[in-house]
Design a binder for this molecule. Structure first.
Ligand code: GLU
Length: 299
């Protein structure tokens, strides 16, 4: 959104234009929501934050009850496994992490299934790797499974298959921010919400630069990419944010609007879907030429 007054504040025209764009979110039919490990756990104890999970599930069931298709991408497998087995693997103990992910994923699903069942919804577990998406046959099979599940009214819960690929080693799809955009691409979603520990994008790191401005809407990804390089702080430049910008590239090209928002309070999900000004909205621009397999190969 361009116009700003002399102090860099948004003008009335700008606010109206953004409100118009956000209004479109009300009409979305197929929504992917991503939540990360740190948002699901009490950082002090490592235990699951059940109140938050319950609220998240309620938000998703409510979208489903409105007739929308819903997919959840959830991390947390390793964190739950660590707590269950009372293990603290070091960074290079990758097989141990994989074992903990296998333990934790099953427990995580058990909690999700219980919570979704309380609201009469069925979930399904989908574990993916990079090959699920770059291999044509695998991609088609995964697409068919998702399509059938959504037809059945089920809410798929997705994670990376840490047994065969894990974020810490090569051949991973990347982190779950990127995975959720890949899922959005695969299922033809029209909205993707990344619940994060930040409010969205700023022109610079707001902790380092008090003049940093919040960006409500990104209509052209190239502007943000350029700004990311110029930024003095970490808000746009860290690995975390660059993964989000990769996710945005996939979502935008797939014709899916993407919002990065703070997952501290998960009620932000319905507020976003009601067109309210929460998080940063990346406006989609479907590109029929875009090839996900090529994009991943070149990353
Ligand atoms: N698959 C990992 C887990 O569930 C998380 C990966 C990520 O959050 O990027 O623990």
């Amino acid at each position: 959104m361009g116009e700003e007054d002399k102090k860099g504040n948004r003008t009335e025209t700008d606010k109206e234009a953004e409100a118009g764009i956000r209004e479109r979110l009300k009409e979305k039919k197929r929504i992917v929501v991503k939540i990360g490990s740190s948002s699901l756990h009490h950082l002090s104890t490592g235990e699951l934050n059940l109140t938050k999970m319950e609220r998240l599930v309620r938000e998703l069931c409510e979208l489903r009850n409105q007739g929308k298709d819903v997919i959840l991408v959830s991390s947390g497998a390793i964190a739950v496994g660590k707590k269950t087995m009372n293990q603290k693997p070091t960074d290079d103990e990758i097989p141990l992490k994989q074992a903990l992910a296998a333990i934790g994923q099953a427990r995580l699903m058990m909690v999700y299934q219980k919570l979704f069942a309380e609201y009469n919804h069925v979930t399904a577990q989908i574990l993916m790797t990079k090959h699920t998406i770059v291999d044509d046959v695998n991609r088609r099979n995964a697409h068919n499974t998702f399509t059938e599940l959504l037809k059945l009214g089920v809410i798929p819960v997705v994670n990376e298959n840490d047994t065969v690929a894990i974020h810490e080693v090569e051949d991973t799809i990347g982190d779950n921010d990127f995975l959720s955009a890949v899922v959005a691409y695969l299922v033809g979603a029209d909205a993707l919400i990344l619940l994060s520990d930040i409010d969205g994008l700023y022109t610079d790191d707001p902790r380092a630069n008090k003049n940093a401005k919040f960006i409500g809407v990104v209509e052209n990804l190239k502007d943000v990419m350029a700004m990311g390089k110029e930024s003095t702080g970490s808000s746009l430049g860290t690995g975390g944010m660059s993964a989000k910008l990769h996710a945005a590239t996939v979502a935008v090209n797939a014709g899916c609007d993407m919002v990065i928002a703070n997952g501290k309070d998960v009620s932000v999900i319905h507020k976003i879907m009601e067109g309210k000004r929460y998080g940063t909205l990346f406006v989609s621009e479907k590109n029929p030429e875009f090839s996900i397999a090529e994009y991943i190969d070149n990353m």
